[in-house]
Design a protein around this ligand. Structure first.
Ligand code: AMP
Ligand code: MG
Length: 344
């Protein structure tokens, strides 16, 4: 199959993409977080195509993308007031809510669960595609399963050329890490995945937020977890990644001491001069965490190269969006972290 590239700015794109979705085809769509691999979320055969194309485990559920908050009621029931409060505060935007699913949502979409994840993305063309298709679009990140997520149309083409019907090219994604996920099916709201909407912003609306253990630690692959996707190896280049924490100087001293040819350093732009001769790659500015979230996956993809032996990575500290960057980088590193302060 020839994969069509549909520029987001072309007036005909939403109609073409929506028709393909209605026909049960796979169409990659831009969102403010990452590119999604989209299909009709209510069509089991189309959804099965997503799992096949990505090589995604069947029990890893998909997020349904909707064009507006009014669509939640078709897909979910027993919706708490908190969900409406969050939608009011953060939609359209990088926030996904897990709610009890209505029977119209196929088990193939929810990975067998009786809850479903829904999100209204902040991308005009994609919302138009969803509206024109008349169905919620199931769309996981468009990378091959386990690999770093896709933040440009070129990343999607690299992973799926010839295997999906079309890619809507909306340019690089603004946020760059996947949506924040909040589970609202229990008494207390629970953060399942950090993202562009920060824990601080959520707590301001909800007054309360439990952080799921899958956010902060490696989860055993046989464990029963709230967010099934969290237990799988994720975001990882082919070679091992180790995070080196501590001050700029101590981290550079540690890395330079351990660096051997074939290794790479993933660092902040401000640190580049410290790693001359160590093949450094900067993913953004430490002083502007939004550049780090926007640049992280493109950098991890660039480092996904069997010729590389080991990656030493620098990770931002603190809350806000840095919390999401830490989560993705720790997962890419399988929670392998060395404290350069303690090592010296
Ligand atoms: P991705 O679409 O690749 O960003 O991954 C979506 C993630 O959302 C999954 O890996 C799950 O961890 C989470 N998720 C989706 N649906 C549910 C659900 N019903 N309950 C809990 N987590 C969910
Ligand atoms: Mg993903």
């Amino acid at each position: 199959m020839q994969t069509r590239i549909l520029p987001a700015a072309d007036p005909g794109t939403p109609r073409i993409a929506a028709d393909l979705i209605r026909q049960g085809q796979l169409v990659a769509i831009p969102t403010e977080t990452v590119y999604g691999l989209g299909a009709d979320g209510l069509n089991e055969a189309a959804v099965a195509g997503i799992f096949r194309a990505k090589g995604r485990p069947q029990d890893n559920p998909l997020i349904l993308h909707i064009w507006g908050p009014e669509q939640i009621e078709q897909l979910c029931h027993r919706i708490p007031q908190k969900a409406y409060d969050l939608a009011e505060a953060f939609w359209p935007g990088p926030l996904t809510m897990v709610l009890p699913a209505r029977s119209v949502v196929p088990k193939a979409t929810t990975g067998g669960l009786d809850t479903v994840a829904v999100r209204c993305p902040d991308n005009e063309v994609t919302r138009q595609i969803i509206r024109l298709s008349g169905v919620p679009i199931a769309a996981p990140s468009a990378n091959l399963s386990g690999k770093p997520s896709t933040t440009t149309a070129q990343h999607v083409l690299h992973d799926h050329d010839g295997r999906i019907a079309a890619i809507v090219d909306g340019g690089p994604c603004r946020v760059g890490v996947e949506s924040t996920i909040v589970d609202l099916t229990e008494e207390r709201p629970r953060l399942l995945r950090p993202g562009g909407i920060t824990p601080e912003q959520l707590t301001a609306v909800l007054g309360d937020l439990v952080i799921d253990k899958a956010v902060t630690a490696q989860i055993d692959k046989d464990a029963v977890v709230k967010a099934p996707g969290m237990k799988y190896r994720h975001y990882a280049p082919s070679e091992p990644v180790v995070i080196v924490s501590g001050s700029r100087e101590k981290a550079a001293a540690y890395i330079r001491r351990h660096f051997t040819p074939g290794d790479r350093v993933l660092c902040f732009q401000e640190e580049l001069p410290l790693y001359e001769g160590c093949a450094p790659l900067a993913y953004g500015l430490e002083a502007d965490v939004n550049t780090l979230s926007a640049g992280l996956f493109a950098a991890l993809r660039e480092l996904d190269d069997p010729g590389i032996h080991q990656v030493y990575a620098r990770c931002p500290v603190g809350g806000g969006v840095a919390y999401a960057v830490q989560n993705r980088l720790k997962k890419a590193a399988a929670f392998h972290i060395v404290d350069a302060e303690a090592e010296l």
